[in-house]
Design a binder for this molecule. Structure first.
Ligand code: SAH
Length: 231
């Protein structure tokens, strides 16, 4: 089957799964997912599967990317913050639907690969930063939309602080290695409202200093790795 045919099959699957926002579907259609997956997984670029991207991290399943993107209600006029650039795929899709996408990744190696992809695809409205996304991006705040693509047990307070009035934040909340709840927080004049969008499984949001070349691990990372491997 050609890439074009696989892509159409995926779009049909997403439609059947309840993704009906045509802007979201056409953003997914425009971004070549094959440019964001490791070469050995090229065959599976248009399967509805999460794929490994190195450094123990994963590129989310298309259905999860589509659900989160649709739930975020992005808009051409808005400024969006993503935590966890990973492969850059979610950022590339969202960048089609907003004015400027700011994205933070703690693994420098992953970030530099993602930056090359953005340049090659001429996605010029994406701004990247290496660092701990749980602190948000104070210099660029507030954001109308925030999407967290790694799971935290509790939502980091700086992210809620950096959400603009009327803003929407989407994040998986729960323990690493378990199913987590995808929540949507909306900022109203009177405070925040929260709704559940279902169950997901994301890699953990690792707070604290950025790792250096993967060689040195922080105590938190070592603990998370031990938990993941059951060691
Ligand atoms: N959105 C990505 C998938 C993310 S996987 C994509 O489309 O491919 C989660 C990513 O979050 C990983 O790359 C991981 O390194 C990153 N991450 C984990 N904790 C982080 C933190 N505190 N700050 C920034 N990035 C973080």
């Amino acid at each position: 089957m050609t890439i074009a045919a696989r892509k159409i099959r995926l779009i049909m699957q997403l439609r059947r799964a309840g993704i009906n926002d045509t802007d979201v579907l056409s953003a997914i259609e425009r971004i070549p997912r094959e440019a964001f997956v490791p070469e050995s997984f090229l065959d599976q670029a248009y399967e509805d599967l999460a794929l490994p991207i190195g450094q123990g991290q994963t590129l989310s399943q298309p259905q999860v990317v589509a659900t989160m993107t649709q739930a975020l209600r992005a808009d051409r006029r808005l400024k969006v913050l993503e935590i966890g650039t990973g492969s850059g795929y979610q950022a590339a899709v969202l960048a089609q639907l907003c004015r400027r996408l700011y994205t933070i990744e703690r693994h420098r190696e992953l970030l530099s690969v993602a930056e090359e992809r953005f340049a090659r695809l001429r996605l010029h409205n994406i701004t990247c930063r290496a660092g701990d996304g749980s602190k948000g991006w104070p210099e660029q705040a507030p954001f109308s939309r925030i999407i967290v693509t790694a799971a935290a047990q509790e939502l980091p307070a700086p992210l809620l602080d950096q959400l603009a009035p009327g803003g929407i934040l989407i994040a998986p909340i729960g323990r690493p290695g378990a199913m987590q709840e995808l929540v949507r927080m909306s900022r109203r004049d009177t405070g925040f409202t929260e709704e559940s969008l279902g169950q997901v499984r994301f890699v953990p949001l690792v707070e604290g200093p950025t790792s250096v070349g993967g060689a040195r691990k922080t105590a938190i990372e070592a603990a998370v790795d031990a938990q993941r491997t059951g060691s």
